[in-house]
Design a binder for this molecule. Structure first.
Ligand SMILES: Cc1cc2nc3c(=O)[nH]c(=O)nc-3n(C[C@H](O)[C@H](O)[C@H](O)COP(=O)(O)OP(=O)(O)OC[C@H]3O[C@@H](n4cnc5c(N)ncnc54)[C@H](O)[C@@H]3O)c2cc1C
Length: 404
């Protein structure tokens, strides 16, 4: 009997976690990961806030709710085993207005339904004890929300895969994909023009910002488009880091759950304000001036984009203003920490979120996966997919890979 071969496109945290799961749970299967970049974690995994989300706001029963809880436990154990940073510095969700305070109670109920441990409501005094420089009329504290270094986690997963006999080919962009009844074949090219054909029994696409394009090549319906949202960060000056001890977030607006500048401490001590969310003119557009005509065309020709824009143009305009001006960014951060001034903020590298958008103009909220013949496509893996990656891998392995 010939060896079963599974290919994975994408050496972000999702693809690598799946590759490791296969090496651990499907002995004898040969796993190969390919990525177009010359390093792992080059895109979303390497440009995020580094937060391990405890599962406070996800709809109970959703994949996000279930897999973030499971993923947190798996990631904590994995980091402990490998000596990787994992620090439960805790998070406060801060209510500035009466409306926020009412929504905070909804979040508490959702968090309880999701089984988030240790959460408690705080009044202004309790908030001051935890975060002396943060202002608010009430807060919800999640002590188990943690921070980690997702690049280090991804590198460690890749090492595990290699050590177990799997392969991780970097600098190998997939430029063509086709499948027949027995398997799927990809063609990769490298900067020196060398083309390599690789054939697998099963192929899994974990390609983040390019996931929709590869899914279409695999025969998926043209029902979702990845729309890139750029998230700008600013770093707090070193002598102002004491203003934030842990993770400080506004109460999310249920209509725009990923909006709202927050303040996050990172594993090496830096404190970041951000990210905001603004439509990017390039899928890997880390700078405001980056434009990729093909990416922009993909967004602007998508009917869902115009429906979204019509409904939310005012919010979009505000996010653009915040991206363009440090003073506007500081104003947002001051809603949480009144002492922050424009002079305290330094521009820091941005990230770009891959967000699936339907034809009808709805942002797909939950994680989404579909199968097309021999190809499994991860169609939507936005935050908290880094938190959840080890559990997403289990889910993909159990529900989507052929049983042995
Ligand atoms: C600003 C920001 C902040 C975030 N904060 C958090 C957070 O605090 N906590 C959290 O849990 N999540 C957070 N997220 C979300 C999280 O980072 C992502 O959900 C997660 O990293 C997705 O991982 P991935 O492996 O699916 O995608 P990626 O990390 O984007 O990996 C996809 C890989 O596919 C490769 N690829 C694409 N096309 C091809 C091709 N044609 N050929 C070969 N390779 C290809 C890319 O090079 C890339 O390496 C944040 C995201 C952003 C952008």
């Amino acid at each position: 009997m010939s060896t079963e071969r599974i290919g994975i496109i994408g050496a972000g945290i999702v693809g690598l976690a799946l590759a490791r799961w296969i090496t651990e749970h499907r002995p004898g299967v040969r796993v190969t990961v390919v990525d177009k970049e010359d390093r792992v974690a080059a895109h979303q995994t390497g440009h995020n806030s580094g937060v391990v989300h405890a599962g406070l706001y996800y709809r109970p029963g959703s994949l996000k709710a279930v897999l973030s809880r499971r993923g947190t436990a798996l990631l904590r154990d994995y980091c402990a085993e490998r000596g990787l940073p994992y620090d439960e510095i805790g998070k406060v969700l801060v209510a500035a207005t009466r409306d926020d305070a009412a929504r905070l109670d909804d979040v508490r109920r959702t968090a309880e339904a999701n089984g988030v441990p240790g959460i408690r409501m705080l009044g202004p005094d309790g908030l001051r004890d935890l975060e002396p420089h943060v202002a608010g009329r009430a807060a919800l504290h999640s002590p188990s929300t943690a921070i980690t270094d997702y690049i280090a986690v991804a590198e460690s997963l890749a090492d595990d895969v290699r050590r177990s006999g799997g392969r991780v080919h970097l600098g190998a962009p997939v430029i063509a994909l086709r499948q027949d009844a027995d398997g799927a074949e990809i063609l990769t090219g490298d900067p020196h023009g060398e083309r390599v054909r690789r054939r697998f029994d099963t192929l899994v696409i974990c390609a983040g910002l390019h996931g929709d394009r590869l899914a279409r090549m695999a025969g998926a319906d043209d029902d979702l488009r990845v729309v890139p949202f750029r998230g700008q960060y600013h770093e707090l000056a070193a002598d102002r880091r004491h203003l934030v001890r842990g993770l400080v977030y506004p109460v999310p607006d249920p209509r725009y759950p990923f909006l709202g500048v927050h303040l996050t401490r990172h594993v090496h001590g830096e404190v970041m304000a951000g990210p905001n969310a603004m439509l990017a003119a390039a899928r890997e557009g880390y700078r405001l001036r980056d434009v990729a005509p093909a990416d922009l065309r993909d967004t602007l020709t998508w009917p869902g984009f115009w429906r979204l824009a019509r409904r939310h143009w005012a919010v979009g305009a505000r996010e653009m203003a915040v991206s363009a001006s440090r003073a506007a960014f500081a104003r947002e951060a001051r809603r949480l920490v009144p002492e922050i001034t424009t002079a305290d903020l330094r521009p820091a590298p941005a990230g770009v979120r891959a967000q699936a958008l339907t034809r009808g103009g709805d942002l797909l909220d939950d994680f989404a996966v579909s199968t097309h013949g021999r190809v499994v496509c991860v169609r939507n893996a936005p935050s908290p997919a880094a938190t959840s990656a080890l559990a997403i891998a289990e889910h993909l392995g159990a529900a989507y890979l052929p049983a042995r």
